[in-house]
Write a protein that binds this ligand. Structure first.
Ligand SMILES: Cc1cc2nc3c(=O)[nH]c(=O)nc-3n(C[C@H](O)[C@H](O)[C@H](O)COP(=O)(O)OP(=O)(O)OC[C@H]3O[C@@H](n4cnc5c(N)ncnc54)[C@H](O)[C@@H]3O)c2cc1C
Length: 477
């Protein structure tokens, strides 16, 4: 393994190409006599009600908070969601819903709310930065549905959020806006909002995002603020009608697909959203500058400068961008607990496990959190078991999400190689998938067969139930 990437702790064969490269270099040096410096359910069906129905307060009505509210209310728990914003909404345009998340959402019955809003892309193509030639390829239709029993979607965030909100309301969730939580009393599962209201229940779930206040309460005063990851992203959309006018870029719209240009220190992820009406772009780059120096009014020019010299086709699309946002990619510190010692305050979503978006799995992990929590909190038989059930949840979800954080960061390395031996080895290792030949490993984590099963075949509720049963039988031994 090359020393710029460490060995992943999750099941994957996505870095095999680096081992092969190291071996090749070693072999060729050896052959040349030079051994110096070698580099190495059924949709919407209501499941059984919780054996111990709880009164639950969720802080934050982002995708994570709403997903969790749905998972819990459909099992018969009483759920109130407190949101600081005066109106509900989502920043940014597109979001991918990978199969591990869509399976859960469709089981919950979100399909009817997403009808006509989601796009199901046929494939993902990774493209060389300089000329757009295909260097990696994953066929999504029909493979993902067939293998993982669920489609791979892309959607406008506002539509996704709105669909979740509507389903939550239909299930009886109470969503209260203009309710910024300023104080937690974890011993009593109670919170206080800036407008002086007090709420209490059996459990408080904080889904309050990467800048979480609850995190500091649970970890203690030493909890640090969110940390920059060294990456930033420009987020922009382009009107597809403008793209259609230019035959040199219009072909990108002929099939619904994700296209990702990858190159030194940066990449551009694109796909159409809003039922195909808008071309979504996330332009990521390594960025160690101080956020206070960023000028949002310069973003359009910054994007052009940043990607100057890239594929002329991509540059044509970039020149159609008339506004954009520069967004820091933040993560929280690595946490040693999500559950308050009282057992009555729990972190989920980005508050617990923010990650760079390079596996497109941040919100999907929050949906999985919701599914896992909905299940484990509904099978406990006595209130006295809630604390241990939450500890099991914490253990199982920490492992899953920390591995996804790791996989996401690894893409930030694999995609960002400068032209050279690693880039050539990476591209050579993805050639078989581009040529439609068989392969057993790939640096493309959407294609790598082992990573695929780990990422998209994962069933969050089953995993937490299994761990709960194991912990019960261990206690009974
Ligand atoms: C560029 C980019 C691309 C991404 N692409 C994908 C993708 O393709 N697929 C994917 O799955 N994920 C993706 N993600 C990640 C995804 O957006 C996040 O993981 C997800 O939105 C986190 O949801 P959350 O509910 O945990 O947090 P948030 O969305 O941050 O929601 C937190 C909510 O809590 C509220 N809140 C905060 N504090 C308080 C308080 N004190 N009182 C009351 N309310 C409060 C906030 O107002 C907010 O509504 C991407 C992220 C970025 C930046």
């Amino acid at each position: 393994m090359h020393n710029s990437t460490s060995i992943p702790s999750y099941p994957t064969r996505c870095t095999t190409f680096l081992d092969d490269l190291a071996k090749d270099i070693h072999d060729s040096r050896h052959l040349n006599g030079n051994t110096n410096g070698s580099r190495a359910n059924e949709p919407g069906v209501i499941p059984p009600r919780a054996l111990v129905p709880l009164d639950i307060i969720i802080v934050g009505a982002g995708l994570g908070g709403l997903a969790t509210s749905i998972a819990l209310s459909r099992r018969g728990h009483k759920v109130r969601v407190l949101e600081q914003a005066t109106a509900l909404g989502e920043v940014g345009a597109g979001i991918q819903i990978p199969s591990n998340s869509s399976r859960i959402l469709l089981d919950w019955g979100l399909g009817s709310f997403l009808k006509g809003k989601v796009v199901e892309p046929e494939n993902i193509t990774f493209r060389r930065w300089e000329d757009g030639s295909a260097v990696g390829f994953t066929k999504l239709i029909p493979e993902f549905q067939k293998s993982f029993d669920a489609p791979y979607y892309v959607v406008h965030r506002a539509d996704f959020h709105d669909a979740m909100h509507k389903l939550a309301l239909e299930l009886g969730v109470e969503v209260l806006v203009s309710s910024r939580v300023v104080r937690y009393n974890s011993e009593d599962a109670a919170v206080e909002t800036a407008n002086g209201r007090k709420y209490s229940g059996d459990l408080v779930i904080a889904a309050d995002g990467v800048k979480s206040l609850a995190r500091a309460v649970i970890i203690g005063t030493t909890a640090s603020p969110p940390v920059p990851t060294g990456f930033a992203a420009y987020r922009a959309t382009v009107d597809v009608e403008k793209m259609k006018e230019d035959p040199e870029i219009a072909w990108l719209l002929e099939t619904s697909a994700l296209n990702v240009w990858i190159g030194e220190d940066r990449h551009v992820m694109t796909y159409t959203i809003a039922g195909g009406r808008s071309f979504n772009m996330v332009l990521s780059h390594i960025d160690h500058t101080d956020m206070v120096t960023w000028r949002q009014e310069n973003v359009v020019q910054d994007i052009r400068d940043s990607f100057a010299g890239w594929d002329p086709c991509l540059m044509k699309i970039i020149h159609l961008i008339d506004k954009g946002l520069k967004w820091p990619l933040l993560s929280g510190e690595v946490l040693n607990r999500w559950l308050d010692p009282s057992g009555k305050l729990l972190l989920i979503g980005d508050a617990a496990h923010a990650m760079v978006p390079y596996m497109s799995q941040g919100a999907a992990m929050a949906v999985e959190d919701g599914a896992a929590l909905g299940e484990i909190l509904s099978i406990v038989e006595h209130k006295s078991q809630i604390h241990s059930a939450l500890s099991v949840f914490e253990r199982v979800r920490m492992q899953r999400t920390s591995q996804m954080q790791e996989a996401s960061l690894l893409n930030g390395k694999i995609w960002h190689f400068a032209d050279g031996p690693e880039q050539r080895a990476r591209d050579a290792s993805m050639r078989a998938e581009v040529e439609g030949k068989q392969f057993i490993s790939s640096p493309n984590q959407w294609s790598d067969p082992v990573t695929q099963w780990w990422a998209y075949g994962y069933r969050a509720a089953d995993e937490v139930v299994k761990a709960w049963k194991e912990s019960l039988s261990a206690k009974n031994l």
